[in-house]
Design a protein around this ligand. Structure first.
Ligand code: ADP
Ligand code: MG
Length: 677
């Protein structure tokens, strides 16, 4: 049985078992699924092609019996000569005294080790008596901890294979194995640990890539289904004609993409299930308008709406724009951490008694003293991490609202279906008509004077500019210093016609609000800022975005920052000041100057940074796959997703015998349990 302790493998006990526990191997199955992290491929090459100091493999005949010498406390050195291609090569082996008995004159040996081309000498790390066979040329290398060694692991693995390989049962239904021509589980595990050739190894890896994706996608789809079905009777009877009237009051027509996503969301709200949907759209694509319509829908269904955003600046801004859009259609309040005391009590009281229709605020608004009379829709802006915990908070308050997440970070599809696979996803993939592309330039710091003069020109044309300093996540002290220094510099540089403001995270919210208001009113023409302006800030008259040390930002973040301009019919500009050292950095700057399309950028970003870094360190939350690679194996990911969908929707998982093993696996999965509401 595969779930038996690994100590039931002959030769595995005590200390060794402890060492295995360090790499999370507790059962025989764990051992089988402990795949090599790489394979060393030893190819026998002619002596003339061997590179000095490389790890190489040679084959030769021993010219004379090895001689053994001891030194230090317990150290030994074994030396001998072998003949290969008619040349004598010196062989050195350290601390392998026992090998003296195995190696005799005229034996043919295969030796792997570090090559010294000057002395014609090999320092051996691996040897075997006999000819090099194809079989021995692919060497699995395991990642090791504590007392584990590659040799010990390989030995345990071969014993486990000898005694338990037939316990391995297939978990993937035959249909899929056949359709994709992938090896069965037993042979695939064998090939991962003892690869006979590259082809078999490739197929084995293909199998586990699919297996990992399939299992993960099954989990996500099942979570989605179970969470959906856990709430019924959640229909929101909104009033379509009121909605139409509201939409007609906008100074523009909705784009096709806005209408499409709106319909998807409204269908969710009308359905008896609870909505759990992600709305993606590039900056400026018009998510806020869609959000407003949905909030209005919930009001016409006689329920309340909440809009939650990550910062107070954004909360204030959304509060203002929603108030303008709604007019006297709704009563809206702003609730942030800085609303305290009596004022706060008045507001929470009004929310509780349903005198308030919409609450806009920071995270604080779903906590503690805030109790909704009848929350119908919660919209969460720019917060990848809002999830199960917060839904639980809401549920514990007796609320089962529809939940809509909005993000302006265009998320590459592969990541979206992995990180948000348990949600429904809508995408606004179209910009409102008449938007001008932002002209983006990349320059080195030594042209700073020109940049500053350019800003001055735009300012004298009545426009405004942002100058952003980099965010260094670990130390916002340094951040602020950067911004303060630059602010002082610009104040000296510019005449009094160019008023410079300063914005950073350490300002109180009153101070921030004051600065933002002044900038919005064009009392300040240039705003020096840390990245607090990154998300959502809307000052249409600003047409220049200068980003200092731009190489420190990822593409997505640069794109977000750039999205602060280009919000009117005026031509806008983005200037990246950067002197990247590496190729990746240069590539990033180049891509920025070449495209304004957020989804294109995000795909490039994913390729440059890899999935782990995409959401930033704090927010990764991505699953760890052993073999599969989301970026590289995206086709397999798509395939697995479609298969998983079919399996879950058809209910085969529960009903079909073929799926029994998969079902068992999911039933006992702790990740699944943690994700269920
Ligand atoms: P997002 O929230 O996606 O960044 P917003 O909703 O803030 O985008 O929209 C950006 C700007 O575009 C706003 O000034 C908004 O009034 C305007 N806008 C939204 N939808 C449209 C549309 N269909 N046509 C023209 N302008 C629009
Ligand atoms: Mg619903």
């Amino acid at each position: 049985m595969l779930n038996e302790p690994v100590t039931t493998v002959k030769g595995v006990g005590g200390k060794f078992a402890e060492a295995l526990a360090l790499v999370n191997i507790y059962t025989i199955e764990d051992l089988f699924y402990y795949f090599p992290y790489r394979y060393d491929v030893f190819e026998i090459k002619p002596l003339g092609e061997l590179i000095h100091e490389d790890k190489v493999t040679i084959e030769g005949r021993i010219i004379h019996d090895p001689s053994l010498s001891f030194f230090g406390k317990k150290k030994s050195r074994l030396t001998f000569m072998v003949e290969t291609e008619g040349v004598a090569v010196k062989v050195v082996m350290f601390n392998r005294a026992f090998a003296k008995k195995q190696l005799n004159q005229d034996d043919v040996v295969t030796l792997t080790g570090k090559w010294d081309a000057h002395r014609l000498q090999i320092t051996v790390s691996n040897y075997k008596v006999g000819h090099a066979e194809e079989q021995a040329t692919i060497q699995p290398m395991y990642s090791l901890k504590g007392d584990l060694t590659n040799i010990k692991l390989k030995k345990a693995m071969s014993t486990a294979v000898r005694d338990h390989i037939n316990d391995i049962e297939e978990i993937i239904p035959d249909t899929y194995l056949k359709a994709y021509k992938i090896p069965d589980r037993k042979h695939a595990i064998l090939a991962m640990h003892f690869p006979k050739d590259r082809q078999l190894l490739k197929h084995a890896r293909r199998r586990f890539t699919y297996e990992e994706f399939l299992i993960f996608q099954l989990k996500m789809q099942l979570i989605r289904k179970l969470n959906r079905e856990s709430t019924t009777g959640n229909t929101q009877h909104y009033n379509p004609s009121s909605l139409q009237e509201f939409i007609q009051s906008f100074p523009f027509e909705l784009t096709k993409a806005q209408t499409h996503t709106l319909n998807q969301i409204l269908a969710d709200m009308k359905s008896p299930y609870r909505m759990n949907r992600l709305l993606q759209g590039d900056v400026g694509s018009g998510k806020t308008a869609v959000a407003a319509i949905c909030l209005y829908a919930t009001i016409t269904a006689d329920r309340q709406g909440a809009l939650m955003v990550p910062t107070e600046i954004l909360a204030e801004q959304h509060y203002k724009s929603l108030s303008e859009m709604f007019g006297d259609r709704a009563s809206i309040v702003l609730l942030t951490g800085s609303v305290k005391g009596k004022k706060r009590r008045e507001i929470t009281e009004a929310i509780k008694s349903h005198q308030i229709d919409i609450v806009v605020g920071t995270h604080a608004l779903i906590q503690g003293d805030v109790i909704f009379a009848n929350l119908g829709l919660a919209i969460v802006d720019e917060q990848h991490r809002f999830g199960v915990e917060q839904r639980r908070v809401l549920r514990d308050k007796g609320l089962q609202p529809d939940v809509l997440f909005m993000t302006a970070t265009p998320i590459p599809r592969t990541l979206a279906i992995t990180a948000f696979g348990d949600m429904d996803v809508s995408v606004i993939d179209e910009m409102p008509l008449g938007r001008k592309e932002i002209d983006t330039y990349w320059t080195k710091e030594n042209t700073l004077d020109r940049v500053l003069n350019f800003i001055e020109k735009r300012v004298s044309a009545g426009e405004q500019a942002y100058v952003v300093c980099p965010l260094i996540e670990e130390s916002d002290k340094l951040d602020i210093q950067n911004a303060v220094d630059l602010y002082n510099q610009l104040q000296v540089f510019y005449p009094s016609t160019v008023q410079v403001g300063l914005m950073h995270g350490r300002l109180s919210s009153a101070e921030k609000e004051e600065v933002m208001n002044k900038f919005a009113a064009n009392e300040l023409q240039v705003l020096v800022s840390t990245t607090v302006v990154e998300v959502g800030v809307n000052v249409p008259n600003a047409t220049v975005m200068v980003i200092y040390d731009a190489e420190r930002f990822g593409l997505s973040q640069l794109h977000q920052l750039r999205g602060r301009v280009g919000r009117s019919d005026k031509q806008s500009y983005c200037i990246l000041i950067a002197d990247p050292k590496g190729e990746v950095g240069k590539e990033r700057m180049k891509i920025m100057t070449e495209t304004n399309n957020g989804f294109e950028l995000s795909e490039q970003d994913l390729k440059l940074r890899g999935p782990g870094d995409f959401f930033g360190k704090k927010q990764s939350g991505l699953p760890v796959f052993k073999v599969a690679d989301m970026v590289h194996d995206y086709k397999a990911l798509e395939t697995a997703r479609v298969d998983a969908q079919e399996i879950i929707e058809s209910n085969k998982l529960v009903e079909d015998q073929q799926y029994q093993e998969l079902y068992k696996l999911l039933e006992n999965d702790s990740y699944m349990k943690s994700k269920l509401d």
